[in-house]
Each structure stands twice: as C-alpha cells, then as structure tokens.
Design a protein around this ligand. Structure first.
Ligand SMILES: [Zn+2]
Length: 111
C-alpha cells in the first residue's frame, strides 16, 4: 500500500511543506500552517467566507435536530428565503408550542 495520496503540498505559493493529515470530520487542510493558510486565503478569500457562512448556517441546523424532518426542511426553506434569524425565530415558536403540548395539562388517556 502506498501513502502517496496522503502527502499533499501546501497550497501557499512558494511553500513546499506537506500539509498535515485531515482531522476526522474535517476537510483536509490545504496549507501546512496558519500563516500559509492566511497567505493563501488572500486569493481564496471568497471561498473562506463561504465556508464560514456555511458553518454559521450549520449551527442552527444542529439545533433543529430535535424537530421532525418535515419541520426541519421547512425551517431550512425559511432560512433560505428569509434568513437564518427568521428561521430561528420560527424554530423558537415551534419549540414553545411543543413544550406547551408536552405539558401534562391535557387529560391523559388511560393506557
Ligand atoms: Zn506552507
């Protein structure tokens, strides 16, 4: 078995260091160090911003895991159209409705 594919070169121009291996759950790094990443990101600034935006989008999505898939996809659509803040607002409202309906106020059925 060869480890040829495991060795990648730093994306920063002029740097010949290999990049460290990817951490589990992370995309493989493109550069060997933070300094190189910053230097290289000047050309890939938009890509970096998009990744940060995506990370910010993932945050509320993780919190919506408690909802049903239908609700979640609905929230995702709201987030896409009206922004994450609005979707979060809606999610909070749904959460409260859920809490209310889970209160033992309603007469219980004998099981
Ligand atoms: Zn480098």
């Amino acid at each position: 078995m060869t480890t040829e594919t495991a060795t990648r070169m730093c994306k920063n121009r002029g740097c010949t260091n290999p990049v460290p291996p990817a951490k589990p759950g992370h995309r493989p790094p493109l550069t060997c160090s933070d300094a190189c990443r910053k230097a290289a990101s000047r050309t890939h600034l938009r890509d970096e911003e998009r990744r940060q935006e995506e990370a910010a989008r993932q945050q509320p999505l993780a919190r919506w895991q408690v909802f049903q898939p239908t609700t979640r996809s609905c929230l995702e659509r709201v987030a896409a159209v009206g922004g994450v803040a609005l979707a979060e607002h809606l999610a909070e409202a749904i959460r409260r409705e859920r809490e209310r309906s889970m209160e033992p106020a309603a007469p219980q059925k004998g099981s």
